[in-house]
Design a protein around this ligand. Structure first.
Ligand code: HPA
Ligand SMILES: [Zn+2]
Length: 336
């Protein structure tokens, strides 16, 4: 069976690796800058888009943090999340697990609750209006200290019932998982589910350390696991999910071209690979654009698309009842 664009569009999608601040489209960035009387260091949307030519993770992060400065009010955070949810609805994304970076906002004086209430209200509305289920995952910025992470964990306490998990993002190399051992132990003691970015630019050892020192249940990115055959075998055996982001990896030069991406090889080796958009406003698109680029470059089979979707459903932090619904939607599209 050939894989058509229409099949890829129709597939029910589950997104497990998406930074809400990375869904800030240039047009919305300019609109919010105007609304909040902020001057951006770019003359136009086009000039901003020209700057999205990254050489590595850090060159992206510099612009990503700069862009986030336009987010000031609860309404701004609501509008940001609602724009993402509308994309989800168009692309048949049915369940999302969203990263947010409180420190990016609290460090510039935006109260935790302003950010959180705006995001949470939008995802609640998305659930009721579009039927998109969601979980929220608070990420610690790894270029900051463990003490700062612990402070953020404390600030999250009043909102704990609405936050499913804790993650770790930002500049990877030089900020190993070990640095956040105590913060992750504290988060686990409070009942949070745990994930971490590892093996995006960092070595395979960071993946081992995220698993063994932080006790995470999923690895975000993880593509550098191929450096260590023992780790590969371990990931196959334990079925630890990897939330792989192909467009991101190509844009940040983790792989030179999509044709060289290891997603298909990892899938065929039996790893629990999922496919995600990471920062869709910066990396050339949302879930569907990732699906189409992967299909063009790597030519997956229909069964492999089923497997990627099933892996994502299995890897979610949602209820078993919701997983059953998502599987039903998947089976329906496979049978068409
Ligand atoms: O891909 C990423 N890696 C690390 N930190 C991030 N913050 C947003 N996106 C990313
Ligand atoms: Zn990421």
């Amino acid at each position: 069976m050939t894989v058509t664009t229409s099949f890829l569009k129709q597939l029910p999608k589950v997104e497990l690796h998406m930074h809400i601040e990375g869904s800030l489209e240039p047009e919305l960035m300019f609109a919010l800058a105007q609304r909040n009387n902020i001057t951006l260091p770019y003359d136009s949307v086009d000039a901003l888009k020209q700057a999205y030519n990254f050489s590595n993770l850090q060159s992206f992060l510099d612009l990503y943090y700069q862009g986030a400065n336009v987010l000031q009010t609860e309404q701004d955070f609501f509008d940001l999340a609602m724009a993402y949810l509308k994309k989800c609805q168009q692309q048949h994304v049915q369940h999302v697990e969203i990263f947010f970076d409180p420190q990016t906002h609290t460090d510039r004086g935006i109260p935790f609750e302003v950010m959180f209430n705006g995001l949470h209200n939008a995802f609640e509305q998305g659930k009721h209006e579009f039927g998109i289920s969601y979980e929220l995952i608070l990420c610690f910025l790894r270029h900051l200290s463990e003490d700062a992470a612990l402070t953020t964990l404390e600030q999250a306490k009043p909102f704990k019932d609405r936050i499913t998990g804790i993650g770790l993002d930002s500049s990877e190399v030089g900020h190993p998982p070990e640095k956040f051992k105590n913060a992750f132990a504290a988060a686990k003691a409070q009942g949070y589910r745990l994930v971490a970015h590892a093996g995006e630019e960092g070595p395979a050892q960071y993946i081992w350390d995220a698993l063994n020192l932080l006790n995470v249940e999923r690895i975000d990115h993880g593509v550098n696991c191929t450096q260590d055959p023992e780790l590969m075998a371990h990931l196959v055996e334990t079925k630890i999910p990897l939330t792989v982001c192909p467009n991101s990896n190509v844009r940040l030069k983790v792989f030179e071209k999509m044709e060289q991406h290891n997603l298909k090889a990892l899938l065929e080796r039996g790893l629990k690979v999922t496919l995600n958009s990471d920062d869709p406003a910066y990396f050339g698109g949302y879930m569907l654009e990732n699906y189409l680029n992967v299909q063009n470059a790597l030519d997956l089979t229909k069964e492999q698309w089923w497997q990627l979707t099933a892996n994502a459903i299995d890897a979610t932090f949602t209820s078993n009842a919701r997983k059953v619904e998502l599987y039903q939607q998947l089976d329906k599209v496979m049978a068409e």
